[in-house]
Design a protein around this ligand. Structure first.
Ligand code: 5GP
Ligand code: MG
Length: 181
């Protein structure tokens, strides 16, 4: 059972829903009533994206990209970004949707990658932000919640492929990922 692996709930489903609702309103105020291309970063953003786009209303084209860091030791920190399906952004208003900004390296790389595709505008929305962990100078236009430097799961965020289906955002018990050999 997932529940015993949880240290504590940080954000309840209701708190998240309220915040996503107001974020959607703020984003529409900024971008206006035209079409938005919502680009979700797989896989962690899929729950946030699903809730956010339903609150945005109007014309929203939902697309995805994949961003992964090489962790094989050969080129540490190298970010590989690729579209997941068709992704034509030229002249369009892009809303990139991410789960969490930690060091900032992923978001920085993604914003640069999107910029090269010639959009009319790029706006970024992240559910969670760990400002204490930042290593590169990047910030999202819209942030759901600032969170402490703890390992979080739920509402799309996983540990080893699990916990994405929790309705809340929770701190994972350290014993789940430490002290095992
Ligand atoms: P950054 O490039 O900003 O260091 O990393 C962002 C990525 O790290 C996120 O998209 C996410 O995949 C992962 N990440 C950072 N903090 C957490 C966390 O607390 N929980 C989970 N599940 N992933 C995290
Ligand atoms: Mg991610």
């Amino acid at each position: 059972m997932a529940e015993k692996d949880i240290e504590r709930v940080l954000l309840t489903a209701d708190e998240i829903a309220d915040r996503v609702n107001s974020l959607a309103g703020e984003i529409r105020s900024r971008l206006g009533d035209g079409e938005i291309v919502a680009v979700g970063v797989l896989t962690g953003a899929f729950v946030f994206l699903a809730d956010l786009v339903r609150r945005l209303g109007g014309n929203v084209d939902v697309r995805f990209l994949r961003a992964a860091s090489y962790r094989d030791g050969t080129r540490p920190g190298e970010l590989r970004i690729e579209p997941a399906g068709d992704l034509s952004l030229a002249g369009r208003d892009v809303l990139v949707v991410e789960d969490i900004v930690d060091t900032g390296k992923s978001l920085e790389g993604i914003l640069r990658w999107l910029q090269e595709r010639g959009p009319r505008s790029i706006t970024s929305a992240v559910l969670l932000d760990k400002p204490d962990r930042r290593e590169v100078d990047v910030s999202a236009d819209f942030v759901g919640f600032e969170v402490p430097d703890e390992f979080l799961v739920g509402y799309g965020l996983d540990y080893a492929g699990r916990y994405r289906n929790l309705s809340s955002v929770a701190v994972l018990r350290r014993s789940v990922y430490e002290g095992r050999d």
